[in-house]
Design a protein. Structure first.
Ligand SMILES: NC(=O)c1ccc[n+]([C@@H]2O[C@H](COP(=O)([O-])OP(=O)(O)OC[C@H]3O[C@@H](n4cnc5c(N)ncnc54)[C@H](OP(=O)(O)O)[C@@H]3O)[C@@H](O)[C@H]2O)c1
Length: 257
């Protein structure tokens, strides 16, 4: 497939690298106004352009990855050239209906909510599309399954997916940072603390995904009665660990809405 990404910023770059590294036989191009910031993509065979129209000319799939306040200008620009193409939008808050209207309804529109771990083939991507676009939607799901996990969700859950799946990267990194800081306080140098904290979080996530059981069942395997793990966990809960996370996620959702 010929895939063009409009917007080579944080997400667009991560998607381009992920697509280049983890999918086969796709031609990947990226456009943004200043391509000097993304020259490092060229050795991966990714074509860099400053002209969106040139990028979408031969593209079968167009991925929109610009900020919400930048998207109207881009849609106006590409509208005449999108006929019969698939447009997958990662733009937060932009509905299928709005996209359809802004693109004159002559292309297949999919909403995608990946995260920047797509660069490492580890995104949790949520996708929404209408019944009319079932076939192209399934193709895009298949593509994103190669960049991690990809699930179709109802469009009304797209904001929630943005918070849990995309903002979630930042929440998880903040957990790793806090563990690292604690690791330094209890005796490790920063680099070793980061390696231990990151790999431990990765291992826990892998267990949760592969064993597919409630996390508490896995926690039971780590805790000994009256042991050091349970006293630490309980102290974290006394300090509001789960509550802080839940409230933070709900606050992010309130902000999107
Ligand atoms: N970052 C994430 O983790 C994440 C996750 C999921 C969804 N999203 C969504 O993805 C979108 C992009 O987010 P981001 O964090 O990647 O933003 P970003 O880093 O600001 O990237 C946006 C890019 O768009 C380019 N751009 C702006 N106007 C353009 C135009 N007219 N034509 C072509 N390119 C243009 C900008 O580069 P130039 O200024 O050089 O043109 C910039 O590199 C947002 O809607 C965001 O809500 C982000």
């Amino acid at each position: 497939m010929n895939i063009h990404i409009i917007g080579g910023g944080n997400l667009g770059t991560a998607l381009a690298i992920g697509l280049a590294n983890f999918t086969k036989e796709n031609v990947i191009s990226v456009s943004r106004r200043n391509i000097n910031h993304i020259r490092h993509l060229e050795p991966l065979g990714i074509v860099l352009l400053t002209d969106n129209k040139a990028g979408i000319e031969d593209a079968e799939l167009i991925i929109l990855s610009v900020k919400p306040y930048q998207v109207d200008g881009v849609l106006d620009e590409i509208k005449p050239f999108c006929k019969d193409k698939v447009v997958a939008s990662a733009v937060t808050g932009l509905s299928l209906e709005d996209l359809n209207q802004k693109l004159n309804g002559n292309c297949s529109i999919i909403r995608i909510m990946p995260n920047i771990a797509a660069q490492f083939g580890e995104s949790a991507t949520c996708l929404a599309y209408s019944a009319a676009n079932e076939k192209s939607g399934e193709q895009v799901v298949e593509l994103f399954n190669q960049l991690g996990t990809a699930v179709r969700i109802e469009e009304k859950l797209m904001d929630a997916a943005t918070v849990l799946g995309a903002c979630g990267t930042a929440y998880a990194l903040r957990y790793i940072r806090a563990s690292m800081q604690a690791g330094i306080e209890i005796g490790f140098d920063a680099a070793t603390a980061l390696t231990i904290a990151s790999q431990t979080a990765k291992g826990a996530a892998k267990m949760a995904l592969e064993e597919n059981v409630h996390p508490e069942q896995l926690i039971d395997r780590v805790t000994t009665p009256q042991g050091c793990t349970i006293v630490g966990l309980n102290e974290m809960e006394h300090q509001g660990f789960s509550s802080a996370l839940i409230r933070g996620i709900k606050t992010s959702l309130d902000k999107i809405k």
